[in-house]
Design a protein around this ligand. Structure first.
Ligand SMILES: Cc1cc2nc3c(=O)[nH]c(=O)nc-3n(C[C@H](O)[C@H](O)[C@H](O)COP(=O)(O)OP(=O)(O)OC[C@H]3O[C@@H](n4cnc5c(N)ncnc54)[C@H](O)[C@@H]3O)c2cc1C
Length: 447
């Protein structure tokens, strides 16, 4: 599917990147929900929809991703969707949101106040340090939510954006995409939304006309490492019970020089299972101070990564330590990944007269502390849709509208990214725990 250069066609938006942000934007632009005096309660998703008018096929959407199919990336993770969940649900047509439960790590859980709380334990004593209320929150898997959000979209896989031409035409943008075999393809769009993640090529292009632009646009290594194991414990459910006993969704754990989490990644059921026989796959994550440049030989995945993570996180209380020590080291039962987290402090760029901008991790990659990244991505998508509606339906000035969109995204993104860095520093030392935003302000909206 390629947009023509025809000026009479309705606005076409080329979305670069089919991660959660790009997929949500595509769904929202195709089907715009207009709230009518609706006040949201997290436990009232469907009643809310009765108050919405769904405008179908609002915009023409083209969506491209450099990966070859939806699940080609092996690494998966869970995301706590909390303050942005009402905004998220308002962006989707009911037929898509109806499948949201299938993305929840444990959709069979009866959510109550405790399940909607995030506890932080002292990893060495096993005692609760503090707990943060996250009412209405749901922990989803990235993979599961991508599956839900991709329904009905014609995603063009294996297309990597390489350049944007905003000079040849004052109104439209020519997008050049490259396929794996090197074949190039050109499409025209009225707008381009860069949702191509932390290492965004669109961001690099937007900065290319600034002095030292390439360097400015680059995501920076944060000095914080993350290791994750997704584990199918080969036992009779004993380890799963230990995880659930601490918390049915996720427990955070602070120990000397590291912070982490233990929780449910996936839940498998079958119509013939009673709910007590649900099978849970567990994840555990460790974050510590370090860098790939000072430890270039660190194993990044596979059994060696599992061994490294197990050996390097010792001295925990028995109820947590046993979860590490019992982690199988073979790739069939444990998927392990180690990486240095990236961050970038959002700053102004030339949006080519309001035709090209960014959303999600492309606009504000940040550390995962306090779970704000996707919440801000959802906010970006909401604002982006409102911006395009204001231009199309109310005749608002494109340049002005996108100056406002960018200003807000940069302000929210840079503040949240700085807060997440500070939060990571504080989390490394039990004596500074009371200074953490998680303790003082919980998991509420960062900005
Ligand atoms: C372990 C972990 C836990 C997290 N927990 C939370 C949490 O609890 N709460 C929260 O709010 N956030 C959390 N986050 C952050 C959240 O996951 C991200 O903010 C969100 O997934 C970003 O999605 P995205 O679509 O913007 O980027 P991505 O998921 O990176 O998607 C970008 C897409 O663009 C494609 N792409 C890249 N380059 C190109 C190109 N040149 N051309 C075409 N396509 C391209 C990629 O293939 C990819 O599919 C967490 C992140 C991690 C890693």
């Amino acid at each position: 599917m390629a947009a023509s250069k025809d000026r009479n066609s309705s606005p076409t938006v080329a979305i670069i990147g089919a991660g959660l942000t790009g997929l949500l934007a595509a769904q929202a632009l195709k089907n715009v929900s207009i709230p009518i005096n609706a006040s949201f309660s997290p436990n009232m998703f469907f009643p809310l929809f009765q108050l919405l008018t769904i405008v179908k096929n609002g915009f023409q959407v083209l969506i491209y991703d450099s990966e070859v199919h939806l699940n080609s990336r092996l690494r998966d993770w869970t995301i706590l969707l909390h303050w942005a969940l009402p905004i998220f649900s308002s962006l989707l047509p009911p037929s898509i949101f109806a499948n949201f439960d299938s993305a929840i790590s444990n959709p069979h859980l009866e959510f109550d106040d405790w399940a909607e709380t995030l506890p932080m334990y002292n990893g060495e004593t096993g005692d609760l340090i503090f707990k943060s209320a996250v009412p209405g929150s749901r922990r989803i898997t990235r993979r599961g939510l991508r599956e839900v959000l991709s329904e009905g979209l014609d995603i063009q896989w294996g297309r990597k954006v390489t350049s944007l031409d905003t000079e040849s035409d004052s109104e439209k943008v020519k997008v050049t995409l490259e396929q794996e075999d090197g074949v190039e393809e050109e499409v025209w769009a009225d707008y381009v939304l860069g949702t191509d993640g932390a290492g965004s090529k669109v961001r690099e292009i937007l900065f290319s006309n600034q002095e030292n632009g390439e360097e400015k646009a680059k995501v920076k290594r944060s000095g914080f490492m993350i290791g994750t194991c997704i584990v199918d414990y080969q036992d009779d459910g004993e380890m799963v019970q230990k995880v659930l006993k601490k918390h049915p969704v996720t427990s955070l754990v602070m120990s000397r020089g590291a912070v982490g989490g233990f929780g449910v990644q996936y839940t498998t059921s079958s119509p013939s299972y009673p709910s007590s026989d649900l099978k849970h796959t567990i994840f555990w994550t460790k974050i510590w101070k370090g860098s790939l440049s000072s430890t270039p030989n660190l194993p990044r995945k596979g059994p060696a990564a599992v061994r490294y993570l197990k050996q390097s996180w010792q001295g925990l209380s028995p109820d947590f330590q046993v979860l590490l020590d019992s982690t199988p080291e073979d790739e069939t039962h444990t998927k392990a990944f180690i990486d240095e987290m990236g961050t970038w402090i959002a700053q102004p760029f030339d949006n080519r007269n309001g035709r090209v901008t960014l959303a999600g991790d492309a606009g504000h990659p940040m550390l995962i502390l306090r779970g704000q990244g996707f919440q801000h991505a959802v906010t970006d998508v909401h604002n982006y849709v409102q911006a395009l509606l204001a231009i199309r339906d109310s005749g608002a000035d494109r340049k002005e509208v996108f100056e406002n969109y960018d200003r807000d995204m940069i302000e929210r993104g840079s503040k949240a990214a700085l807060q997440a860095l500070e939060e990571a520093e504080l989390a490394m030392d039990a004596t500074s725990v009371e200074k953490m935003l998680m303790v003082r302000k919980g998991h509420g909206r960062s900005v």
